[in-house]
Design a protein around this ligand. Structure first.
Ligand code: GRF
Length: 208
Protein backbone atom coordinates (compact mmCIF):
# COMPACT_ATOMS: atom_id res chain seq x y z
CA UNK A 1 0.00 0.00 0.00
CA UNK A 2 1.17 3.50 -0.78
CA UNK A 3 2.45 5.75 2.00
CA UNK A 4 0.10 8.63 2.66
CA UNK A 5 1.12 12.27 3.13
CA UNK A 6 -1.14 15.12 4.24
CA UNK A 7 0.09 18.67 3.69
CA UNK A 8 -0.92 21.70 5.76
CA UNK A 9 -0.25 25.14 4.26
CA UNK A 10 -1.32 28.76 4.49
CA UNK A 11 -0.07 30.33 1.27
CA UNK A 12 1.91 29.85 -1.92
CA UNK A 13 2.43 26.12 -1.67
CA UNK A 14 5.76 25.73 -3.47
CA UNK A 15 6.98 23.15 -0.95
CA UNK A 16 3.75 21.22 -1.44
CA UNK A 17 4.48 21.30 -5.18
CA UNK A 18 8.03 20.07 -4.60
CA UNK A 19 6.64 17.09 -2.69
CA UNK A 20 4.07 16.39 -5.42
CA UNK A 21 6.72 16.74 -8.16
CA UNK A 22 9.06 14.36 -6.33
CA UNK A 23 6.30 11.77 -6.10
CA UNK A 24 5.52 12.18 -9.81
CA UNK A 25 9.22 11.80 -10.66
CA UNK A 26 9.63 8.68 -8.53
CA UNK A 27 12.03 10.30 -6.06
CA UNK A 28 9.47 9.71 -3.32
CA UNK A 29 8.36 6.22 -4.32
CA UNK A 30 5.12 4.44 -3.39
CA UNK A 31 3.74 7.60 -1.86
CA UNK A 32 0.70 9.78 -2.45
CA UNK A 33 -0.56 13.09 -1.14
CA UNK A 34 -4.02 12.30 0.17
CA UNK A 35 -5.08 15.75 1.41
CA UNK A 36 -3.99 19.39 1.39
CA UNK A 37 -5.46 21.64 4.08
CA UNK A 38 -5.21 25.42 4.28
CA UNK A 39 -6.26 27.55 7.21
CA UNK A 40 -6.62 30.53 4.87
CA UNK A 41 -9.21 31.12 2.18
CA UNK A 42 -7.63 31.87 -1.16
CA UNK A 43 -4.28 30.25 -0.39
CA UNK A 44 -2.68 29.66 -3.83
CA UNK A 45 -1.51 26.24 -2.62
CA UNK A 46 -5.12 25.03 -2.48
CA UNK A 47 -5.72 25.95 -6.12
CA UNK A 48 -2.45 24.26 -7.10
CA UNK A 49 -3.57 21.07 -5.33
CA UNK A 50 -6.94 21.09 -7.07
CA UNK A 51 -5.27 21.56 -10.45
CA UNK A 52 -3.28 18.42 -9.74
CA UNK A 53 -6.41 16.52 -8.75
CA UNK A 54 -5.34 16.25 -5.12
CA UNK A 55 -8.12 16.59 -2.50
CA UNK A 56 -7.88 20.04 -0.92
CA UNK A 57 -9.84 21.64 1.88
CA UNK A 58 -9.93 25.09 3.42
CA UNK A 59 -10.56 24.94 7.14
CA UNK A 60 -10.57 28.60 8.23
CA UNK A 61 -8.81 29.29 11.51
CA UNK A 62 -9.98 32.85 11.99
CA UNK A 63 -11.59 33.44 15.37
CA UNK A 64 -10.97 29.94 16.70
CA UNK A 65 -8.93 29.02 19.76
CA UNK A 66 -5.80 27.03 18.93
CA UNK A 67 -6.98 23.64 20.16
CA UNK A 68 -10.55 24.08 18.87
CA UNK A 69 -9.08 24.68 15.43
CA UNK A 70 -6.63 21.81 15.69
CA UNK A 71 -9.48 19.43 16.57
CA UNK A 72 -11.12 20.31 13.25
CA UNK A 73 -7.91 19.64 11.34
CA UNK A 74 -7.20 16.40 13.20
CA UNK A 75 -10.74 15.22 12.38
CA UNK A 76 -10.10 15.94 8.68
CA UNK A 77 -6.76 14.10 8.87
CA UNK A 78 -8.33 11.13 10.61
CA UNK A 79 -10.61 10.70 7.60
CA UNK A 80 -7.59 10.17 5.33
CA UNK A 81 -5.33 8.35 7.81
CA UNK A 82 -1.95 9.88 6.87
CA UNK A 83 1.40 8.25 7.64
CA UNK A 84 3.04 11.68 7.63
CA UNK A 85 1.82 15.25 8.08
CA UNK A 86 4.00 17.82 6.28
CA UNK A 87 3.71 21.44 7.36
CA UNK A 88 4.59 23.53 4.31
CA UNK A 89 4.28 27.20 5.11
CA UNK A 90 1.55 26.52 7.67
CA UNK A 91 1.57 29.71 9.70
CA UNK A 92 0.32 28.28 12.98
CA UNK A 93 1.84 26.73 16.08
CA UNK A 94 0.32 23.30 16.71
CA UNK A 95 -1.44 22.58 20.01
CA UNK A 96 -0.22 19.79 22.32
CA UNK A 97 -3.43 17.96 21.33
CA UNK A 98 -2.41 17.90 17.65
CA UNK A 99 1.22 17.03 18.35
CA UNK A 100 0.23 14.16 20.64
CA UNK A 101 -2.13 12.70 18.04
CA UNK A 102 0.59 12.58 15.37
CA UNK A 103 3.76 12.54 17.47
CA UNK A 104 6.82 11.58 15.44
CA UNK A 105 4.81 11.84 12.23
CA UNK A 106 4.82 15.62 11.68
CA UNK A 107 7.55 17.43 9.72
CA UNK A 108 8.10 21.14 9.15
CA UNK A 109 10.40 23.08 6.83
CA UNK A 110 11.93 26.30 8.10
CA UNK A 111 14.09 28.74 6.08
CA UNK A 112 17.05 28.98 8.48
CA UNK A 113 19.73 26.80 10.00
CA UNK A 114 17.86 26.08 13.23
CA UNK A 115 18.20 26.75 16.10
CA UNK A 116 19.22 30.11 14.62
CA UNK A 117 16.39 32.42 13.61
CA UNK A 118 13.17 30.61 14.46
CA UNK A 119 9.87 32.36 13.78
CA UNK A 120 8.87 34.80 11.08
CA UNK A 121 11.10 36.31 8.38
CA UNK A 122 14.02 34.02 9.12
CA UNK A 123 15.88 35.09 5.98
CA UNK A 124 15.65 38.77 6.98
CA UNK A 125 16.75 37.88 10.51
CA UNK A 126 19.83 36.13 9.09
CA UNK A 127 20.77 39.09 6.91
CA UNK A 128 20.27 41.59 9.71
CA UNK A 129 22.36 39.49 12.08
CA UNK A 130 25.17 39.40 9.54
CA UNK A 131 25.73 35.65 9.44
CA UNK A 132 27.70 34.32 6.46
CA UNK A 133 25.70 31.15 5.98
CA UNK A 134 21.96 30.75 5.91
CA UNK A 135 19.96 27.69 4.87
CA UNK A 136 16.95 25.59 5.68
CA UNK A 137 15.95 22.84 8.08
CA UNK A 138 13.46 19.97 8.00
CA UNK A 139 12.59 18.94 11.53
CA UNK A 140 10.07 16.92 13.50
CA UNK A 141 7.40 19.09 15.07
CA UNK A 142 6.87 19.27 18.80
CA UNK A 143 4.91 21.71 20.96
CA UNK A 144 7.51 24.46 20.60
CA UNK A 145 8.14 26.80 17.69
CA UNK A 146 10.62 25.46 15.10
CA UNK A 147 12.14 23.24 17.75
CA UNK A 148 11.92 19.45 17.23
CA UNK A 149 14.71 17.01 16.21
CA UNK A 150 16.38 17.89 12.91
CA UNK A 151 16.18 15.47 9.97
CA UNK A 152 18.06 17.39 7.24
CA UNK A 153 19.62 20.80 6.72
CA UNK A 154 21.09 22.56 3.72
CA UNK A 155 23.53 25.47 3.81
CA UNK A 156 23.22 28.54 1.59
CA UNK A 157 26.15 31.02 1.61
CA UNK A 158 25.12 34.66 1.97
CA UNK A 159 26.39 37.13 -0.63
CA UNK A 160 27.27 40.74 0.13
CA UNK A 161 24.58 42.00 -2.23
CA UNK A 162 21.82 39.70 -0.98
CA UNK A 163 18.42 41.13 -0.14
CA UNK A 164 15.75 39.16 1.74
CA UNK A 165 14.24 38.34 -1.66
CA UNK A 166 17.39 37.06 -3.37
CA UNK A 167 18.43 35.07 -0.30
CA UNK A 168 14.92 33.61 0.10
CA UNK A 169 14.93 32.46 -3.53
CA UNK A 170 18.22 30.54 -3.13
CA UNK A 171 17.08 29.04 0.17
CA UNK A 172 13.78 28.01 -1.44
CA UNK A 173 15.63 25.97 -4.07
CA UNK A 174 17.27 24.02 -1.26
CA UNK A 175 13.95 23.66 0.59
CA UNK A 176 12.46 22.03 -2.47
CA UNK A 177 15.40 19.62 -2.61
CA UNK A 178 15.59 18.53 1.04
CA UNK A 179 11.90 18.41 2.01
CA UNK A 180 11.03 15.48 -0.27
CA UNK A 181 14.26 13.75 0.72
CA UNK A 182 13.46 14.13 4.43
CA UNK A 183 9.91 12.89 3.84
CA UNK A 184 11.31 9.80 2.14
CA UNK A 185 13.74 9.10 4.99
CA UNK A 186 10.97 9.35 7.57
CA UNK A 187 8.39 7.39 5.57
CA UNK A 188 10.87 4.58 4.91
CA UNK A 189 11.92 4.57 8.57
CA UNK A 190 15.61 4.80 7.72
CA UNK A 191 16.52 6.65 10.91
CA UNK A 192 16.45 6.47 14.67
CA UNK A 193 16.19 9.24 17.24
CA UNK A 194 18.70 9.50 20.10
CA UNK A 195 17.85 12.43 22.34
CA UNK A 196 17.57 15.33 19.96
CA UNK A 197 19.62 13.65 17.25
CA UNK A 198 18.13 12.02 14.19
CA UNK A 199 20.62 9.36 13.13
CA UNK A 200 20.28 8.37 9.48
CA UNK A 201 20.86 4.69 8.72
CA UNK A 202 23.33 5.43 5.96
CA UNK A 203 25.55 7.25 8.44
CA UNK A 204 25.82 10.10 5.96
CA UNK A 205 23.98 13.35 6.50
CA UNK A 206 21.42 13.62 3.75
CA UNK A 207 21.67 10.04 2.54
CA UNK A 208 19.26 7.40 3.81
C1 GRF B 1 8.93 28.49 3.10
O1 GRF B 1 10.00 29.40 3.07
C2 GRF B 1 9.02 27.61 4.32
O2 GRF B 1 10.33 27.33 4.70
C3 GRF B 1 8.35 28.44 5.38
O3 GRF B 1 7.29 29.09 4.70
C4 GRF B 1 7.60 29.19 3.32
C5 GRF B 1 6.48 28.52 2.59
O4 GRF B 1 6.61 28.63 1.19
N1 GRF B 1 7.93 27.62 6.49
P1 GRF B 1 5.67 27.79 0.25
O5 GRF B 1 4.22 28.11 0.64
O6 GRF B 1 5.99 26.33 0.45
O7 GRF B 1 5.97 28.26 -1.14
Amino acid sequence: MKKRIAVLLSGRGSNFEALADSIAAGRLPDTEIVLVVSNREGAPGIEKARQRGIPARVIPSKGLEREAYDRLVVAALDEVNPDLVCLAGFMRLLSPYFVERFRGRILNIHPSLLPAFPGLEAQRQALEHGVKFAGCTVHFVDENLDAGPIVLQAVVPIRDDDTPDTLSARILDEEHRIYPEAARIVLEGHYRIEGRRVILESGEPGKA
